[in-house]
Design a protein around this ligand. Structure first.
Ligand SMILES: [Zn+2]
Ligand SMILES: [Zn+2]
Length: 159
């Protein structure tokens, strides 16, 4: 098995927050740990709230939103806008792109190197610097593709 590129460590992230002078409150620790512990590392605010409440039934929705806002402000967490769905939050770690399922809204991080050739060409031909963290590619996740193989968006083009 080759090593997974995702190297997420809650204590390292929290230590950096302290160095940057941000307050490390109990709710910030909880949110960061939840994102680190999630199998996909990408959660919407309501998914985050749901899993936080498993261990902390009293966790307030407003606290989740406020905490996320602060973590975004200090640069520990990045907010990914998803077309037609709620924003997804992830830890600002290694640069990566995102693929987004148009049916269920699942967001998955994929290695930034996948678009290296595209980024290089944009840089060379257009003087444009592609920002890895901001790219989301639409499509269909494996579960939805298996469930609805024939329903591939749009209607038959005739013929
Ligand atoms: Zn899906
Ligand atoms: Zn991500």
């Amino acid at each position: 098995m080759s090593g997974h590129p995702d190297h997420l460590d809650a204590s390292a992230i929290l230590a950096r927050l302290r160095i940057d002078g941000a307050r490390v409150t109990a709710s910030r620790v909880a949110v960061v740990e939840e994102l680190v512990g999630s199998p996909t590392h990408h959660l919407t605010a309501s998914e985050l709230l749901e899993s936080l409440r498993v261990h902390r039934p009293g966790f307030q929705e407003s606290t989740v939103y406020r905490t996320l806002d602060r973590l975004v402000e200090v640069g520990a967490v990045t907010r990914i806008e998803v077309d037609g769905g709620p924003a997804v939050f992830h830890l600002a770690s290694a640069a990566h792109h995102h693929v987004v399922c148009e049916r269920c809204g699942r967001v998955v991080g994929v290695p930034a190197s996948l678009l290296d050739a595209v980024a290089a060409r944009l840089r060379r031909d257009h003087g444009f610097e592609l920002r890895a963290d901001a790219v989301t590619l639409p499509g269909r996740c494996v579960d939805c593709e298996t469930e609805h193989p024939a329903d591939v968006g749009g209607h038959g083009a005739g013929g």
